[in-house]
Design a protein. Sequence first.
Length: 205
Amino acid sequence: MRALLLIALLGCEVKQMRELDVDKIDVSRDAKLRTDLVGDAPMTFVLVDAENHGTEGAYVTLGGELADASGTQIGDLRPQVIWLPPGEPRTFALIDKEGKSRPTAAAARIHVRGAKIPSVAPPVHVDQIRELVDNGRIVVQGTVHNDAHKPGTITVIASFHDETHHPMTRPFSMVHLAADAATTVQFVGPEGSKHGTIYFGELLY
């Protein structure tokens, strides 16, 4: 999801966006490097948490590189933009930029590419989030609200963490909502998950 796409969707030009000091964005060192199927092909990607320590919400862009055991760069990670409310973390899924599997990848270097504060808040919010324990895993439920006065398609994301708050999985679902409508969603975490939450990603109107 690109920053310019988000800006266009919200009817807000770049010049109307203010910059949030990137030092306010704390990127966790507990990134999880994985190679798994993305669509029909195996790809290497990184799950990493970032938290907004500022007082305003911002569209935050993370990017980075993959490195082998010697520290040599072997690939780039595709930048991703996610809305980070003030004081809250979100889990990013940064995929290999070329869509490749990198069997020699041993580490990832993550960077904050930017943090932009829009003139209007996103027209979506998620509330009534609750965690349920089910056979050694977490089931997370919530209500997604489309606050816009027009229908839209919302990428709804869940992130699951283990007991030490390391990211485990980040499933998502595409939800179509009518204008000023809401719906409940549910995601089932992996075995051993201890925490789960729900938030939104890309918005299409």
